[in-house]
Design a binder for this molecule. Structure first.
Ligand SMILES: Cc1ncc(COP(=O)(O)O)c(C=O)c1O
Length: 419
């Protein structure tokens, strides 16, 4: 593998890519630097042409495919961003692309693929997950003798993604600093494989941290098992990084070059998306927020250090913001849901408001249907607190009002039925 992916092959990829992809900024971030008492730099791949680093690998892999083979067209499968990279390149190289995406792909990403690929993009929405979509795409490529452009497990794709590290180091050297830590998001592992390989060769003292969403920690599983394994279930919230099984090559390279693997709660990721937007006017998608979200869990370790976070993508579908905000509030411990048995008599609701709710507690949801011939009826109540500390007194008063009340956070099944 070393002869296919190394600092030299990544430099070669850069010679090709620098003509077609943006050299994205490495920005010193004042807000995060103050917050973590560290020197935090953001590698802004959200400012890449297709608003994610994925263009790099797709472009280089297609560029390296023999012209004759390209004539049949290419096939890819992607949760969205790789598809945009392939679509953009197909349009530029005038090659037909058959692009498979899971049926759950946000509309914004589907529209962007159409926009970038124009008449060269043929979009096929198939499968509930990336893996199901990929299986269908590979079958189609084989049946039609077309080149399958892998989203991560391919040396040329990895070399392309590795140019993120090359640009980062160029820029760090220009300003005369070296990185102590580099935080990199992980889905199938193409980005971390390329970035870690290049850093270990050119700035070996930097610690490379792979960051996954808690609900799709497939690289951690591979590290634990000594090779890629398929996770039974994944949370698709971080759609760019929701991959059940990392690649074989990406695993091997990560195993060799990555210093640690960590995972971040989806609620923390949501809070980070909102924070990056409100404090820094940076729009990130969930996978793009992973590297910054990780800092919260390693505060003590990074104090006084120089840290690089790769902001991998900014294709956020605005219609997802309600869900993102909800997850963030729940994670911060200020949003709660309860099922409460209400006495079916006049004045019961007023009593609840007076006796149970604290001064700053705000009702965000109330669902209740009066039933005939019953003395009590269940109500679903959502409450937003000003401070997580307000929960304790609320639970105490709720217990007095209805000792049988259910806190939905304690019941995963009921809780999942809320949205
Ligand atoms: C924005 C974003 N970040 C991170 C990743 C993960 O990249 P990789 O699959 O190379 O690990 C993806 C993959 O699609 C992505 O779109």
């Amino acid at each position: 593998m070393k002869n296919k992916v190394n600092a030299t092959t990544i430099k070669k990829a850069n010679e090709v890519l620098r003509r077609s992809v943006n050299f994205t900024p490495l920005q010193h971030d004042l807000y995060l630097s103050k917050k973590y008492k560290a020197n935090v730099y953001l590698k802004r791949e959200d400012l890449q042409k297709v608003r994610s680093f994925k263009l790099r690998g797709a472009y280089f892999a297609m560029h390296e495919t023999p012209k004759k083979q390209l004539e049949n067209g290419v096939v890819c499968a992607s949760a969205g961003n790789h598809a945009q990279g392939v679509a953009y390149t197909a349009h530029e190289m005038k090659v037909d692309a058959y692009i498979y995406m899971p049926t759950t792909t946000p509309k914004q990403k589907v529209d962007q693929v159409r926009f970038f690929g124009g008449n060269y993009a043929n979009i096929i929405l198939e499968g509930d997950t990336f893996d199901a979509s990929a299986a269908a795409a590979k079958k189609f490529a084989k049946a039609n003798a077309m080149k399958f452009i892998d989203p991560f497990d391919d040396p040329n794709v990895i070399n392309g993604q590795g140019t993120v590290a090359l640009e980062t180091i160029d820029e760090l050297e220009r300003v005369g600093v070296s990185a102590d830590y580099v935080f990199v998001p992980v889905g199938g592992g193409g980005l971390i494989a390329g970035v870690s390989t290049y850093f270990k060769a050119e700035m070996p003292d930097a610690k490379i941290v792979a960051v996954e969403p808690k609900g799709a920690a497939s690289m951690a599983a591979a590290f634990a098992q000594g090779g890629p394994v398929e996770l039974d279930e994944i949370d698709k919230f971080v759609d760019g990084a929701a991959v059940k099984k990392v690649g074989k090559l990406t695993y091997e390279l990560a195993r060799e070059n990555v210093d640690s693997v960590m995972n971040v709660d989806e609620g923390q990721i949501s809070s980070t998306i909102i924070e990056l937007y409100t404090k820094n006017a940076i729009v990130v998608e969930p996978a793009g927020a992973l590297s910054v979200a990780a800092l919260e869990d390693v505060k003590a370790e990074i104090k006084g250090k120089t840290v690089v976070c790769v902001i991998s993508g900014g294709n956020n579908d605005i219609t997802r913001m309600t869900d993102i905000e909800e997850r963030s509030l729940i994670f911060q411990g200020v949003k709660h849901y309860f099922l409460i048995n209400f006495p079916q008599r006049p004045g019961a609701l007023r009593e609840f408001l007076n006796d149970v709710l604290g001064e700053d507690d705000d009702i965000t949801r109330f669902e209740y249907l009066k039933k005939l011939n019953r003395s009590r009826g269940a109500a679903l109540i959502g409450v937003q607190l000003k401070n997580p500390k307000d929960l304790k007194p609320l639970l105490k008063k709720l217990n007095k009002f209805d000792p049988t009340f259910i806190n939905l956070q304690d019941n995963e099944l009921l809780y999942s039925m809320l949205s």
